[in-house]
Design a protein around this ligand. Structure first.
Ligand code: ADP
Length: 380
């Protein structure tokens, strides 16, 4: 689709949050025409795209009306109206990721079944209509209960350690997985173009915030043996090919204590675990996404430098108009890059920004990020 360059052809994006903002930043050097749809006026990407429409991307007719004016459609969030995307695709629009893949990925139960049916390793699981059915089944512990739909950032996931945890189950249809004895959590981002070209990024290692169940610290490359890193990249490639997906697929994996790779879940869009690629990789995940969905040659994925990424989460106990602390300390650090998403209100654990630190030594980058972390704050 090199006809996008220098033309008024429109790329439509459902969502204008932080991922949309960084996608718009990647689209700017190519001067692409970007239309975005988001329910929040003044959403993070709103002032960076050609046109931002305020509206609900979950509503079928709103998405239909928005999509009519676009030549290619993509997403920066999964919880969008798939029915509308199917209709737009049937009308001849290019829609990436494809709605049939999105439909599976929106439902953690269908995702698990898909992994199983395609021989992609994942932990054993059961599907339940609701808490009653799960209680009746009297499962062996420990298990992890996940809402099938609408969960994100660790919300909608809980560990069930013993029978007493059956008294506080999440409502609605759920997936219940055997709890994995996790050694390390990693993520591999793969990109695929309509011609079937695939590239993968180096695995990154995720460290979770103990309370919020949210990735707060990420190291690239993951500190794992090279053979395991290769196997993880191969698994990400197999997964994007199994979905026949065009665009990006972030494949979150566990390495269990026995050294086995198991897929946790996938996301068909730019991902939190790829933020570092803006400064640390030859081609950022955001530009890679544009290359893939516009059927352009995919870019080199190599890391230029080891990197650490920290999510800047809203301080606990603070909700309201945001004020930032510690920005000067970050700017004094030699190879640290600050991204503030421009959300007007902070809330506990809300993703308000991130920080990427580069260093030829990953250990030094981790030390630098650790020193900056307590200083940088999003508060009221
Ligand atoms: P979300 O989509 O909200 O990010 P995930 O499915 O990724 O939720 O789960 C969040 C976290 O919960 C994972 O990163 C991991 O730490 C833990 N977790 C999820 N599934 C399992 C499992 N089967 N065994 C052990 N821990 C798990």
């Amino acid at each position: 689709m090199s006809q996008f360059f220098g033309s008024k052809k429109v790329l439509g994006v459902l969502g204008a949050g932080q991922l949309g903002k960084m996608m718009a930043q990647a689209a700017s050097p190519w001067d692409l025409t970007l239309h975005m749809l988001d329910p929040t006026p003044g959403a993070p990407a709103a002032h960076l795209c050609t046109h931002c429409q305020t509206g609900d991307f979950r509503d079928e007719e709103t998405v239909m009306a928005f999509g009519k004016n676009c030549d290619v459609l993509t997403i920066e969030i999964e919880q969008v109206n798939v029915r509308a995307l199917e209709r737009l695709e049937a009308e001849g629009k290019a829609v990436y990721p494809q709605p049939r893949a999105l439909k599976i990925i929106q439902d953690k139960g269908l995702q698990k079944r898909f992994f199983d049916e395609h021989g992609l390793p994942t932990s054993p699981y059961q599907l339940y209509d609701g808490p009653e059915a799960l209680r009746r089944d009297n499962p062996a512990f420990p298990k992890v209960q996940k809402k099938r739909t609408e969960g994100y950032d660790g919300r909608g996931v809980q560990m069930l350690r013993n029978a007493s945890d059956l008294d506080r189950l999440l409502p609605g249809p759920c997936v219940v997985e055997d709890a994995v004895d996790i050694g390390t959590e990693i993520s591999v981002i793969a990109a695929r173009s309509p011609s079937g070209e695939v590239v993968t990024y180096d695995p990154v290692e995720m460290q979770f915030h103990p309370e919020a169940n949210l990735v707060e610290f990420l190291a690239a490359p993951a500190r794992i043996p090279p053979a395991l890193a290769e196997a993880a990249r191969k698994l990400a490639r197999d997964t994007i090919e199994a979905f026949d997906l065009v665009g990006l697929l972030a494949v979150e994996m566990f390495i269990d204590t026995g050294g086995n790779l198991l897929i946790n879940e996938v996301a068909p869009r730019p991902h939190n675990s790829g933020h570092h690629s803006i400064e640390a990789c030859v081609t950022s995940q955001y530009q890679q996404h544009l290359r893939a969905i516009l059927n352009l040659p995919l870019g080199e994925t190599a890391l230029r430098s080891p990197a650490v990424m920290l999510n800047l989460l809203g301080e606990e106990g603070h909700a309201g108009p945001v004020r930032y602390a510690g920005v000067e300390a970050v700017l004094r650090a030699p190879d640290a890059f600050l991204h503030l998403y421009g959300k007007h209100e902070t809330r506990p654990f809300r993703k308000m920004g991130h920080l990427t630190v580069l260093d030829a030594s990953l250990e030094r980058a981790i030390e630098c990020a650790r020193a900056l972390k307590p200083q940088l704050k999003a508060q009221t």
